[in-house]
Design a protein around this ligand. Sequence first.
Ligand SMILES: O=C(O)C(=O)C[C@]1(C(=O)O)C=C[C@@H](O)C=C1
Length: 87
Amino acid sequence: MDSIEAVRKKIDQLDEQIVQLIEQRAELVNSLIKLKQEQGVAVRVPEREREVVAQLHQRHGDHFTLEELQSIYQPIFDACVRIQLTD
Ligand SMILES: O=C(O)C(=O)C[C@]1(C(=O)O)C=C[C@@H](O)C=C1
């Protein structure tokens, strides 16, 4: 069995990957802003945010409740909106 320290090291590695993926996600979202401006689409799209979380819940509902996934994703959506508005 791994020691606490060894497991924490794996957790740290996963956290690093998670943040890198969130950064990649934010870059992709940021690339939408030009298309949105051209097509007159709003920066904040609440129904799309609900759809993203609902799809994740469908696939990962065994581990996370809908409310937990919403709590995880809301700050990510908020940051992505801020980045689209400020970059
Ligand atoms: O799909 C979009 O239109 C986005 O801007 C991306 C995104 C997201 O982070 O998934 C961000 C903000 C919107 O409110 C909805 C979704």
